[in-house]
Design a protein around this ligand. Structure first.
Ligand SMILES: Cc1ncc(COP(=O)(O)O)c(C=O)c1O
Length: 427
């Protein structure tokens, strides 16, 4: 399985895209997705988990409908964290029973919508279970339900995306509420699923396994108690959060290792006792994409040369605010699209386009000498970049282009926003 898009592939793709006019003068920046890479990732996942597992893609990582349509075509479902994300999933043709609704902020109307659709809904609290009970009491429903439990396994390297610490705003903490959780399963005969999510980037495999282990033991214990009633938890949603590598010299964690450790440690998850659900986002999307920004503005002051990029904090919000945690490799390509290699390096600051001094995506970065008309390449931008776009300064969201087989074929995933799109947004 390919770890990332190589510099050589980027050169070929960008050269072709420029030659064929896929990106043109008004595209001061653009985002490329390697659709073949995405297809390979989904196909690999299917091979290493049980064949009846439901693999869902976390929409929040990369919500482009045309990409989600590919995901649906490959047989995967969706993890939706809001009503609009459910709507996006539906628009791909995905059936309701392949949509997982996870959110700590569901309204009654949203719950009703998801229930009518027949989605799988993970309640975020014991209180939400009561609300669901009052909605579905006396009715038959095609929806299924789980409870998100915080395994309190600990936090990873990046606190703001770690959700299995002692305190988290998500889920029901297992240590304080073990008895209440068990009682809820005894009380609600419609509650057949259990859900956890430990975190995202910065969570080592051991931490993910620790979280799964805690919830697995809990599920097995609850199933013993439910046995006399002829019921059981039979849906185990192990969440998402598989980390990837953003640095070429840093080995990517192995999803094969994770799947085989899950199978060895928690064999029932790979048996017909449970239907497994996964909710990966970053794993599918992050390394499948790169972004380009044409260099139009280079400024020199004393001994500092600043490149102004067309993509800054609007696109890379996490990187700009927390550069020590959110790395992206950056390279420079000639105006033809070929990445510059083997040239002497100089030091640059790369500023973003937005009206605040902190919009800087790299300081003291060594790059081959840049010229106006060159392209900055920002690597591994497929997850939690465009989906976290900031509207500050009302800059136009760039064109998004998909390609197949190393650039043999291009498709437009989303056009660059027009001025009227911006007007509509603010009107
Ligand atoms: C409940 C849930 N599932 C899945 C994901 C996807 O995580 P990742 O993209 O790291 O796999 C997230 C991310 O925030 C999440 O909160």
């Amino acid at each position: 399985m390919k770890d990332r898009i190589s510099g050589n592939e980027i050169s070929i793709v960008l050269e072709r895209a420029l030659k064929e006019g896929i990106i043109s003068g008004s595209d001061s920046s653009a985002l490329f997705y390697d659709i073949t890479f995405l297809q390979e990732r989904f196909n690999e996942i299917k091979k290493i988990f049980p064949s009846d597992a439901l693999h869902t893609a976390a929409i929040k990582a990369s919500p482009f409908v045309n990409i989600l349509k590919t995901v649906n075509y490959l047989g995967a479902g969706f993890e939706a964290a809001s009503l609009p994300e459910i709507y996006l999933a539906e628009k791909t043709g995905c059936p309701g029973n392949k949509i997982i609704f996870d959110s700590p902020a569901k309204t009654i109307e949203e719950l009703e919508y998801a229930i009518n659709l027949g989605a799988h809904i993970n309640a975020d609290s014991l209180e939400e279970l009561q609300i669901i009970d009052s909605i579905i009491k006396g009715k038959t429903t095609g929806a299924s339900f789980g409870l998100r439990v915080n395994p309190q396994a600990g936090t990873g390297r990046i606190i703001i995306t770690s959700v299995a610490g002692e305190y988290s705003k998500f889920g029901v903490p297992v240590k304080e509420f073990r008895n209440e959780i068990i009682e809820a399963y005894l009380k609600y005969d419609w509650l057949r699923g259990i859900h956890l999510h430990v975190g995202s980037q910065g969570c080592p495999i051991e931490l993910l396994l620790k979280g799964v282990g805690t919830i697995y033991e809990l599920a097995v214990e609850i199933n013993k108690k439910l046995a006399p009633a002829g019921r059981e938890i039979n849906i185990f949603d192990l969440g998402g959060g598989f980390p990837v590598s953003y640095k070429p010299d840093e080995e990517a964690p192995s999803i094969f290792e994770y799947a085989s450790a899950l199978k060895n440690k928690f064999p029932l998850l790979f048996s017909d006792k449970f239907r497994l659900i996964t909710e990966f986002g970053r794993f599918y999307f992050a390394n499948s994409s790169f972004a380009v920004s044409r260099i139009d503005n280079i400024k020199k002051q004393k001994d500092i040369t600043t490149i102004i990029s067309h993509l800054g904090a609007d696109f890379l919000i996490r990187r700009v605010y927390n550069p020590e945690y959110w790395h992206h490799e950056i390279s420079v390509a000639h105006n033809t699209g070929a990445i510059k290699t083997g040239m002497p390096l100089s030091e640059y600051v790369i500023g973003g386009p937005l009206c605040f001094a902190g919009d800087v995506i790299a300081k003291n970065i060594l790059l081959p000498t840049v010229e106006n008309g060159d392209y900055l390449i920002i690597h591994d931008t497929g997850a939690y970049t465009y989906s976290m776009w900031s509207r500050y300064n009302s800059r136009q969201m760039p064109k998004v282009i998909g390609y197949f087989n190393g650039g043999e074929k291009f498709v437009i995933i989303k056009e660059r926003e027009s001025l009227d799109d911006i007007l509509k947004f603010w009107s």
